[in-house]
Design a protein around this ligand. Structure first.
Ligand code: NAD
Length: 268
């Protein structure tokens, strides 16, 4: 049975590969036997990461918002490896407000800037559309492939704005609408493509992670953990098993699903 989880001989592309979770996705796929293409905006960091942390891997520039850049990546992957089996649509932006004093007002829905909305739609949703279109078309030629879209608990549940109050009750910022809305869109795009490509050997699933512990204040971590049945935030590596499962033949009869790995956050 364990062999069904092996990715030996598979070629996997990960977008947003040098981010917090992207690196973990690359390591997991590589450890399971895949040759990995680590793709992100900073090509030098991609190449360094591939050289120093992965085995028989490739680092490559990608801007998921630019179709030409995705095509160029695919051409180079095909030149080197001859095929592509797995695509992890992981690249995303999550609004940050640089001036903490302005964040509370700026992040209110009533004031939320159109440019920020547009930027999230471009990267988080159109980026998944474009990568799936370009790389999925290649999978269609091969009559096989597994696409994994990375969503979030916020693609399922609306943000509880109380979480973004500080220890004195001040609303540091409001979680803006673009991230949850684009992450919900990613789940539906996955279902759409699963239904569209189901008969052609391409599986499309979503992985929805919960929040990862990454330098937040103790107050935030405590509050987040209290809202999580398992009582803690995720570690960056907590999604490795689920990703390998979705990429591999172990999930061969699974498509159009949303695998939620969130310590129970969305269950109550
Ligand atoms: N960190 C969390 O707590 C958490 C929780 C739930 C879901 N997620 C999801 O997991 C995924 C990874 O999150 P993360 O925390 O590692 O984020 P991150 O910000 O650390 O990494 C995101 C990466 O995407 C890249 N990127 C941004 N725009 C791009 C573009 N146009 N083209 C190519 N690459 C681009 C960035 O350079 C960055 O390396 C995202 O889809 C995110 O929504 C994260």
């Amino acid at each position: 049975m364990i062999e069904a989880f092996s990715l030996k001989g598979k070629i996997a592309i990960v977008t947003g590969a040098i981010g917090l979770i992207g690196k973990q996705h690359c390591l997991a796929l590589n450890n399971a036997g895949a040759r990995v293409v680590a793709a992100d905006l900073d090509e030098r960091q991609c190449i360094e990461f591939a050289e120093h942390h992965l085995c028989d891997a490739m680092g490559h520039y990608i801007n998921v918002c630019k179709k030409e850049s995705i095509k160029e990546l695919l051409e180079n992957v095909l030149d080197r490896f001859g095929k592509v089996d797995v695509l992890v649509n992981n690249a995303a932006v999550n609004d940050m407000f640089e001036d903490p004093k302005a964040a509370s007002a700026q992040s209110r829905f009533e004031n939320y800037p159109l440019e920020l909305w547009q930027r999230s739609v471009d990267v988080n949703l159109t980026g998944v559309f474009l990568c799936s279109q370009v790389i999925g078309t290649q999978m269609l030629k091969q009559k096989s492939g597994s696409i994994i879209n990375i969503s979030s608990t916020y693609g399922i549940s609306a943000p509880d704005q109380n979480l973004y109050k500080d220890s004195e009750g001040f609303q540091s910022f409001y979680k803006p609408p673009a991230y949850p809305v684009t992450k919900a869109g990613v789940i539906m795009l996955g279902k759409y493509l699963a239904a569209y490509w189901g008969k052609y050997g391409i599986r499309v699933n979503t992985l929805s992670p919960g929040g990862v512990k990454n330098g937040q204040t103790d107050f935030f971590i405590e509050n987040y953990s209290r809202k999580t049945p398992m009582g803690r935030m995720a570690e960056p590596g907590d999604y490795q098993g689920a990703l390998v499962f979705l990429a591999s033949d172990a999930s061969a009869y699974m498509t159009g699903a949303n695998l939620v790995v969130d310590g129970g956050w969305t269950c109550w």
